[in-house]
Design a protein around this ligand. Structure first.
Ligand SMILES: Cc1cc2nc3c(=O)[nH]c(=O)nc-3n(C[C@H](O)[C@H](O)[C@H](O)COP(=O)(O)OP(=O)(O)OC[C@H]3O[C@@H](n4cnc5c(N)ncnc54)[C@H](O)[C@@H]3O)c2cc1C
Length: 467
């Protein structure tokens, strides 16, 4: 029976392992840390606060995500935010302002000036851009929507999703849908009215405006935990893979892949191996020379530091109604935070009871990496001060949780296209070598799950079960 070695037990590696195991493949997962999930971890305090280390929600962007939840046996554990949290805030002139969700509200909002609104209505009449493959997000938005859109809503959004810089992110790779909307419809507005990006026939993709957002009763970690439970002894924790070798049998058969870890003398042989680890530390794993030279490109992808700070307050000490998903803060507003999720408005059980609220704030990113490197107490102080100004926090928080990600989210800058091409070429030149992870096919949890399903189909085609 074909056996597949997978390096990394984040959501990418776990999804791939579960799908392949379900199809009858023998899988073995090697994880550097002592638990599954990578960035997807949850802390539950004894007094009832639930705080996420990384992602707080998953967007159900395809039917593959539903399949994974079914495989994990977690259909009943899913929780959805109330429809009240559809409201989102963006900070302008030091105030959290609601993002307009209808034409009349758009006309009335003071989030955008009259000239910016006028510019928006002119967007359908602009010509398509030419040679846009190298364009940055900032260049694209300036061209189609103008400077004000870039400085407030788009900068805020890019900070919230990538902790990134729109002047550096590639439109084609970081926001492929926006790029396709212009290519397919000639206009973002018209494209949106016509139902968004066209889906290929047979695609299980769910359009973004219809895709539900969800988490799990006891937090995001329920998903990796459930997948890991099912994989059981097939996962080796505290097993950083330091060496991957490849042997070509003289008979001309498929090559054999060999994994070694410094923890024991065992060497594991596989019909195929998948690197589902991180891009930033790829050099900690040695590969055969010809692969090593190319693969080290992964290390050039910037991964800025980000801190996740969850604060708990008495509800009566917060003046803002917290009637939404959260607020995003554009760089131009000069706050030391990227944005705050109104976590207990989304999922009430994230606070111990209805007299308390939980707020999750992200700090750092490409915009202000130095802030995420400050002392923990300084960062918590900066968050509290910002929440005092923006949400009217009147008293000190009664709970805090602090998680520091030294290398948080891969930034898809314009050079990333070359990295993607190199990975595709390596897979073509070295049968049995595969790559999977947030450094390749999108940074969200949903993207990671979708890509792992797609890779599983590719492996099933290339490495027959009976190998
Ligand atoms: C602060 C933060 C907030 C986020 N918020 C959201 C959100 O709200 N929604 C959303 O959809 N996404 C969000 N994301 C993004 C998303 O969580 C990640 O992109 C996704 O979880 C990545 O999964 P992965 O498996 O590709 O990588 P990882 O989760 O990084 O997993 C890689 C695993 O490989 C292991 N590993 C690495 N090298 C080796 C080696 N040599 N040997 C053995 N093991 C190795 C690592 O220990 C790790 O466990 C957020 C990310 C962060 C950091």
């Amino acid at each position: 029976m074909a056996n597949i070695g997978i390096i990394g037990a984040g959501i990418s590696g776990l999804t791939l392992a579960s799908v392949l195991k379900n199809k009858g493949y023998q899988v073995r997962v090697f994880e550097r840390g002592h638990q599954p999930g990578g960035a997807m971890k949850t802390s539950c305090s004894p007094d009832g606060w639930i705080s996420e280390w990384g992602p707080n929600t998953i967007v159900e962007s395809s039917g593959r995500i539903q399949k994974l939840i079914a495989l994990a046996g977690l259909e009943q554990a899913r929780i959805y935010p109330s429809s009240l949290t559809k409201k989102r805030y963006i900070v302008k002139n030091g105030q959290a302002m609601a993002v307009p969700d209808s034409l009349p509200r758009l006309l009335r909002t003071s989030l955008l000036s009259r000239s910016a609104k006028w510019r928006l209505f002119k967007e359908p009449f602009l010509r398509r851009g030419r040679d846009t493959d190298q364009e940055t997000v900032a260049g694209f938005v300036r061209r189609r929507l103008g400077e004000e859109f870039l400085k407030w809503p788009i900068d805020a959004l890019v900070g919230g999703i990538y902790a990134g810089d729109p002047e550096k992110l590639s439109l084609k790779y970081a926001f492929p849908r926006l790029s396709l909307l212009e290519k397919q419809h000639g206009s973002l507005l018209i494209g949106q009215i016509r139902g968004g990006v066209r889906r290929p026939p047979g695609s299980d993709e769910i359009p973004r405006d219809k895709a539900p957002i969800f988490s799990f009763e006891k937090g995001m970690q329920m998903l990796p935990d459930a997948l890991a439970d099912q994989l059981g002894g097939a996962i080796h924790y505290n097993h950083p893979v330091h060496s991957v070798a490849c042997e070509h049998p003289s008979s001309g058969n498929q090559p054999v892949w060999i994994i070694r870890s410094p923890n024991d003398d065992t060497q594991w042989t596989f019909d195929a191996i998948v690197y589902a680890g991180n891009a930033w530390n790829i050099k900690q794993t040695s590969f055969p020379d010809a692969i090593q030279r190319e693969i080290s490109l992964l290390e050039t992808i910037p991964h800025p530091p980000v801190s996740t700070i969850t604060l708990g307050y008495r509800k009566r000490d917060i003046q803002h109604p917290l009637d939404g998903f959260g607020m995003l803060i554009p760089g131009i507003e000069s706050f030391p935070i990227l944005g705050t999720l109104f976590t207990s408005s989304l999922f009430p059980n994230r606070a111990p009871d209805t007299d308390h609220v939980t707020l999750t704030t992200y700090i750092g990113g490409m915009r202000q990496p130095e802030v995420a490197l400050k002392e923990e107490s300084d960062q918590i102080g900066l968050v509290h001060k910002s929440l005092t100004q923006l949400l009217g926090a009147k008293k000190e928080p009664v709970f805090s949780s602090f998680i520091f990600h030294q290398h948080a989210i891969p930034q898809y800058h314009s050079e990333i296209g070359h990295v993607f091409e190199t990975l595709t070429q390596l897979e073509a030149n070295h049968p049995g070598l595969f790559f999977c992870g947030n450094y390749r096919s999108g940074i969200s949890v949903g993207d990671s799950i979708n890509a792992a399903f797609d890779l599983a189909s590719d492996i099933i085609t290339k490495i027959p079960l009976s190998s």
